[in-house]
Design a protein around this ligand. Structure first.
Ligand code: ATP
Length: 270
């Protein structure tokens, strides 16, 4: 990553709207969402259940198309870029690692699949590459012949991170990627994500309902409420900036005093 990259917007989201039909009526899942993600930046998207976070993630993964608005990736319409080129640079990690991998696919094949799809295995020793990918997420080669169901949730999510970052994407979208893990394992996976970001330099959109987690990880945090951005906060300065009711109610739900330190105590969160 060069210095000019960090100045640029990698992703520009402009006035995105998306509605669904639900039980005979239209639900506006995204309302006029506008934000930027710079190269290498970690942006948090926080909000209560139903606020529209996953709809945004799915839209950025091109699972949905917007009703209105634009997404520019490296200055180009993200929905017009060939999907192959897009997924070479934008990768995703979802909440359930087991859902990411077919149950009868061994870890080795799962890890190497992107390299096969993009024909990047020529002249390489696949076993050696799979070992390297696992080592990057601090797992041993004994997992290579196993099926997903033979790994713990934390191990499997590490494997998913190894695969998603194997081709050095420019943007990683994490939708509640650590939410299904218990607290200790979650902390380890978050530390791993930070390590991978340092090594590879990708930008990250980290979607979570956990404000404390977002603060520990992200440079900038957007709080979503009812499909819209309620406010934008700078990590490290949230105490001074937080005003929106949606942010305050997320704080009220925070797990413990120590999670947000001075911030929570200044807000009287118990
Ligand atoms: N495929 C769909 N069909 C109909 N309605 C949908 C669909 N996907 C999302 N919605 C609705 O859009 C709104 C936003 O949902 P979304 O899943 O994006 O929220 P969220 O913040 O990710 O919630 P959670 O944290 O519970 O996943 C909700 O009212 C939801 O019911």
């Amino acid at each position: 990553m060069d210095a000019t990259d960090t100045e640029q917007n990698l992703l520009e989201i402009r006035h995105l709207n998306k509605a669904f039909w639900k039980r005979g009526r239209s639900v506006q899942a995204l309302k006029n969402i506008t934000l930027n993600i710079r190269a290498g930046e970690c942006v948090g998207m926080v909000g209560q259940s139903g606020s529209g976070k996953s709809t945004l993630a799915r839209l950025l993964c091109r699972i949905y198309e917007p009703d209105e608005g634009k997404v520019l990736f490296q200055g180009q319409d993200a929905f017009a870029v060939k999907s192959r080129d897009y997924y070479r640079q934008v990768q995703m990690v979802f909440q359930d690692p087991l859902a990411s991998c077919p149950p009868r696919m061994r870890v080795e094949r799962f890890l190497l699949e992107p390299f096969r799809n993009f024909r990047l295995l020529a002249g390489r020793n696949p076993r050696e590459l799979a070992r390297e990918l696992l080592a990057r997420v601090h797992l041993g080669e004994e997992l290579l012949p196993r099926y997903p169901g033979q790994l713990s949730g934390g191990q499997m999510q590490r494997v998913v991170f190894a695969r998603a970052t194997g081709l050095s994407p420019r943007l990683l979208i994490c939708d509640e990627a650590t939410s299904a893990l218990d607290t200790t394992i979650q902390a380890q996976v978050v530390a791993l994500l930070q390590e991978l970001r340092r090594q590879i330099g990708f930008a990250c959109l980290f979607i979570t309902h956990d404000l404390a987690l977002a603060e520990s990880l992200c440079d900038t945090i957007y709080v979503m409420a009812d499909g819209a951005i309620a406010e934008r906060l700078s990590s490290g300065n949230m105490a001074a900036e937080a005003k929106a009711p949606a942010t305050l109610s997320l704080l009220a739900a925070c797990r413990s005093f120590s999670d947000l330190g001075a911030f929570t105590s200044s807000r009287g969160c118990t």
